[in-house]
Design a protein around this ligand. Structure first.
Ligand code: SAH
Length: 215
């Protein structure tokens, strides 16, 4: 079993400084990234050294653990408060899930790839991360647990799924990368108190695709 020792802690501190220089200012989010042992979310210990570089990384099953900058950027956009109910689409390695849980949120996360779902369920339990994980289709969301304060999509969606905006509380926010090519626009969509949807575009990012009809 790979441990979390002073070397990893030092590498994490440096990663936090890198994220600061790239414009991440949310101290809560930086604190969570400084605390979570990202190297324990990467299967192959041969790649340990790369765990704290600001890069995306393959996690098997053709999927990736998002780049730390992207995790920090998306998390900051959510504007989280402890106790919020948050739905994540695309559990993947569980790293983003752990960041949300660390910030005191009640996390629900859906992964469509069953082996990955099973593996991550075990990993998060081993790391004592409290989160509710589901094998399912993110386009549908999680109607039985709705409504949510926040919804976060961590794969590139071809469009904004209506199920996800429907599952937002009034005043709730959805952060979702949208676009079908290899680049997506990062959208933040807020549901106003009277039910209107307000959308902001926060720039270009690259994600693995959000897949339809393949659960
Ligand atoms: N949040 C993850 C990022 C993983 S990459 C992390 O921190 O590691 C995106 C994930 O979205 C992949 O694991 C992929 O299998 C999953 N995914 C793709 N389409 C999906 C869908 N329709 N429903 C749920 N998950 C989906």
């Amino acid at each position: 079993m790979v441990k979390d020792d002073y070397r990893h802690q030092g590498m994490r501190k440096r990663l936090v400084e890198v994220l600061r220089t790239k414009g991440i200012t949310d101290e809560q989010v930086l604190g969570a990234i400084g605390a979570i042992p990202r190297h324990l979310f990467i299967d192959d210990s041969a790649f340990l050294e790369m765990a704290y570089q600001d890069i995306a990384f393959p996690i098997g099953c053709g999927q990736t653990i998002s780049q730390p900058y992207t995790v920090a950027f998306q998390t900051a956009l959510l504007g989280l408060q402890p106790g919020m109910k948050v739905l994540e689409i695309g559990t993947g390695s569980g790293y983003q899930t752990a960041v949300l849980a660390r910030l005191g949120c009640k996390v629900f996360s859906i992964e469509r790839h069953r082996p990955l779902y099973l593996q991550t369920k075990q990993r998060l339990a081993g790391l004592l991360v409290k989160a509710n994980l589901y094998h399912g289709d993110g386009f549908i969301g999680l109607p039985r647990e709705a409504p949510f304060d926040r919804v976060l999509v961590t794969c590139g969606a071809p469009f904004v799924p209506q199920g996800l905006t429907d599952q937002l509380k009034p005043g709730g926010r959805l952060v979702i990368p949208v676009g079908e090519g290899d680049e997506q626009r990062m959208l933040r969509i807020e549901r106003s108190m009277d039910g209107h949807l307000l959308q902001e575009d926060l720039g270009a990012f690259r994600f693995v695709p959000m897949l339809q009809d393949k659960v």
